[in-house]
Design a protein around this ligand. Structure first.
Ligand SMILES: Cc1cc2nc3c(=O)[nH]c(=O)nc-3n(C[C@H](O)[C@H](O)[C@H](O)COP(=O)(O)OP(=O)(O)OC[C@H]3O[C@@H](n4cnc5c(N)ncnc54)[C@H](O)[C@@H]3O)c2cc1C
Length: 456
């Protein structure tokens, strides 16, 4: 019995160690070695942030980018009616992004007062609080009941602690808007890592939440009052890309596609920031299979411009989340012109961004004609806002490999990838939105932390 217990303890300790290793940084592989010469592959936001911090601490590096411009999926299109973001419309504040912008002399803009109200769609109507009193009591009862069965997915988490109504109405659209996938497909520890460890020891949710919040407070630098909500730049997210690409211009080599041959030279240290699907032939072992298993959800982002007066049921606010059981294709709508200044050419207009995912086996939506996508979105917006006028303009951005799915399998495989890199490819690091942190805020924090440590 004692021996069994010991073995179990050893295995648990090993697992914890592994988890801490991944959580310590999502920049997979070795810690930074400040004596090495770095080659960064990819000039998306992940590669640019790596370049920024390597330059800041005086490390020799270059960035190789296959396209003729930087930014990857991030970028802003200027239309006669206003701006349209290709992917991220903004970011949550982080000390790292503040530092980047301060150094680049780039002003971060905060959301307008009108952006405070957030809506949930229920029975095709916008509501700030979508639950009845009885539903609220049911959710409350569930929240205060400790839950001991294992929680693997976000669906397990929602059902265990909140019940079906809350899970369908609020959790699924909120998480789907960030991670682009269904709750069944999302790993609980990958998405809410720190909370998942607290829940293991404190199955009473309010206690786990308190511990989680206190720990975050301890580990996060004090935020300024203006740090709440989504942030962006006057010219949109392109302003950040342009400023970073300008700052790093002597280091970036455009129109150069890195291949498996380019990462053989062990005199260099490589940080590969290209998406997993672009490098799943770079290695000659299990690593290729692990990278090929990473699924990306096809996403479509559509920005539409209307005269505000033509949307009879429109309400000022940040946007609305749409549960899947409403029967609409759109996952959510961002009310861009209510969130930031200068999103429309004239303030009598409104700019709306609709996010959709295409999980159909034939990818019929993402391969559809612009006009069909536009008509679908306008019809669905009509059911929400009662459109009484003409659409002024629109822009569609399709991402066949849009957002990595943080599945339980990916979560497990990140440990394996990290170990293979440390043991076999000590001259390679992998980093991007699939390596543990999906958002721009999280990625910036990771690079800042990673470059602050290491050997010299
Ligand atoms: C629709 C949508 C909405 C989003 N909304 C938000 C949001 O609101 N907030 C937020 O924080 N995040 C959001 N995101 C996520 C965020 O935009 C991405 O996670 C992030 O921009 C990805 O950056 P990256 O550098 O990891 O990858 P990418 O942007 O994919 O960059 C990779 C770069 O590598 C280059 N490359 C690829 N292969 C090679 C090669 N062999 N050699 C050289 N170069 C190569 C590519 O050309 C590209 O420039 C959203 C994403 C999408 C799709």
């Amino acid at each position: 019995m004692l021996i069994l217990l010991d073995k179990k303890t050893v295995i648990l300790d090993e697992m914890r160690k592994k988890q801490i290793k991944i959580r310590a940084t999502s920049l997979l592989g070795q810690s930074i070695d400040k004596n090495r010469n770095y080659v960064i592959i990819g000039a998306g936001i992940a590669g640019l942030l790596c370049g920024f911090y390597l330059k800041k601490i005086g490390i020799s590096f270059k960035i190789i980018e296959k396209n003729s411009s930087a930014g990857g999926v991030l970028g802003t299109k200027i239309t006669p009616h206003g701006i349209a973001e290709q992917a991220a419309n903004g970011f949550l504040w982080s000390a790292a992004l503040q530092e980047v912008c301060d150094d680049l002399g780039l002003e971060i803009i905060t959301p307008k007062k009108e952006a405070k109200a957030r809506y949930f769609v229920r029975r095709k109507k916008l509501r700030q609080y979508p639950f009845s009193i009885w539903e609220t009591l049911g959710i409350g009862r569930r929240m205060f009941t400790p839950h001991r069965a294992p929680i693997h997915t976000m669906e397990d988490f929602g059902q265990a602690y909140f019940g079906d109504t809350f899970t369908r109405q609020l959790l699924e659209p909120a998480m789907g808007g960030i991670y682009g996938a269904s709750l069944e497909a999302m790993s609980f520890p990958a998405v809410l890592g720190e909370l998942s460890t607290h829940i293991e020891t404190h199955p009473f949710l309010p206690k786990a939440l308190r511990k989680w919040r206190n720990e975050r407070k301890k580990n996060t630098l004090e935020k300024p009052k203006t740090a709440r909500g989504t942030h962006s730049f006057k010219g949109g997210m392109q302003a950040l890309i342009d400023a970073l690409a300008g700052h790093l211009k002597e280091h970036i080599q455009y129109d150069t596609e890195a291949t498996e041959k380019d990462i053989q030279n062990t005199d260099n240290q490589y940080i590969i920031t290209s998406p997993a699907h672009a490098i799943s032939y770079f290695f000659d072992d299990e690593m290729n299979d692990l990278l090929a298993l990473i699924n990306y959800m096809p996403m479509i982002s559509t920005t539409l411009f209307f005269n505000k007066n033509d949307l009879k049921k429109f309400k000022e606010g940040f946007g609305c989340l749409i549960p899947r059981n409403e029967g609409l294709t759109i996952l959510g709508v961002l009310f861009n012109s209510c969130i930031f200044e200068q999103r429309v050419a004239d303030e009598s207009m409104v700019s709306l961004t609709c996010i959709m995912r295409d999980d159909s086996p034939t990818l019929s939506l993402i391969h559809g004609a612009d006009i069909d996508i536009k008509n679908l979105v306008v019809n669905e917006l009509d059911t929400l806002f009662d459109i009484q006028g003409e659409l002024l303009d629109y822009a569609i951005f399709r991402w066949e490999e849009g957002i990595p799915v943080y599945s339980p399998q990916l979560h497990e495989n990140l440990f394996k990838i990290d170990n293979i890199l440390r043991e076999k490819y000590s001259h390679i690091n992998l980093f991007g939105n699939y390596t543990g942190r999906i958002s721009i805020r999280q990625m910036s924090e990771e690079v800042r932390r990673w470059t602050a440590n290491g050997r010299r």
